[in-house]
Design a binder for this molecule. Structure first.
Ligand code: ATR
Length: 267
């Protein structure tokens, strides 16, 4: 029987996960079904239970359900515990397991695809919502000299700073900071077409700026480019987090570069 996979989210119509997982499976002539499921707000848990009861092998979870997926799992990986959110589900001996591959996806994209150097570098993370909490644990394993967090609402940055033993800086105090080699935009400002109004003094020479959003060039990316920084959107992170999920389910690591390149052409 063709193994069944799915991605849960709302809205979900534009999810690229089916395309990515089918492309990975094609690399080893494997056939699998991968569907999009968009349950109503109050039906997520039931939809997940039904999916696995009907033989589903694995599921991805995206907004707004990652925290609820986390709450459903009986067994979670350490990185899922840190993120308090789960984007990868599977069943083992009738027990629901959860992982979070977002942080590993971000690191793999920056280090392997983009060839950015993180070791001994200063990294600034902007934002303090679920997207940032999902990746901070992994980011802290990258050997940076320091990871600093800032956010429009300073208290939220402080909360994450305490949880992850980092330093939080208020937006209005950023001009006092030494320059950063890497700046990561984990806010949803780009979704609304808004920039971040960061002082350009934050950019070290040859700085690299990453927007976790993808789809089009964001105001944050345009700001970074104007000041001579290297930039990337988050499309590579999307492909790399999918590769981590694929590995978790199939115990086999797909090649990601060709998939990423074909998606770039489509975008
Ligand atoms: P997610 O789970 O996608 O991270 P979230 O929890 O709503 O969503 O968090 C959104 C993040 O983007 C927050 O850090 C938010 O800042 P606040 O905590 O001050 O709300 C940030 N954000 C959203 N719009 C922004 C904007 N226009 N400028 C700066 N930060 C913005």
């Amino acid at each position: 029987m063709t193994p069944k996979f799915a991605v849960f989210g709302q809205p979900i119509a534009h999810s690229k996960s089916p395309y990515i997982h089918q492309a990975f499976a094609a690399q080893r002539s494997q056939s699998l079904a991968y569907e999009r499921i968009g349950p109503e707000e109050n039906e997520f848990e039931d939809a997940v239970r039904t999916f696995f009861a009907e033989g589903g092998k694995g599921a991805n979870v995206t907004l707004p359900f990652k925290e609820r997926a986390y709450a459903m799992c009986e067994v979670r990986t350490e990185r899922a515990e840190q993120a308090q959110a789960v984007n990868t589900l599977w069943m083992e001996k009738g027990i629901l397991h959860g992982d979070n591959t977002d942080g590993a996806g971000l690191l793999a994209d920056m280090i392997r695809n983009l060839n950015w150097k993180l070791i001994n570098k200063r990294i600034l993370v902007v934002g303090a919502g679920g997207a940032v909490r999902g990746v901070l644990g992994c980011l802290l394993t990258a050997g940076a000299e320091e990871v600093v967090i800032t956010n429009r609402t300073y208290e939220r940055a402080q909360g994450l700073a305490e949880q992850f033993s980092l330093r939080a800086v208020a937006l209005e105090d950023l001009h006092q900071e030494a320059p950063f080699h890497i700046i990561i935009n984990g806010t949803s400002a780009s979704l609304a077409g808004e920039g971040l109004a960061l002082p350009s003094s934050l950019l070290a020479e040859n700085a690299c700026c990453y927007d976790m959003m993808y789809g089009e060039e964001t105001p944050f990316m345009q700001w970074a480019q104007r000041h001579g920084a290297q930039v990337s959107d988050g499309l590579g992170m999307l492909v790399q987090q999918a590769a981590e999920s694929f590995y978790r389910w199939h115990n086999w690591r797909p090649a990601t570069m060709a998939v990423l390149q074909s998606m770039r052409q489509q975008v």
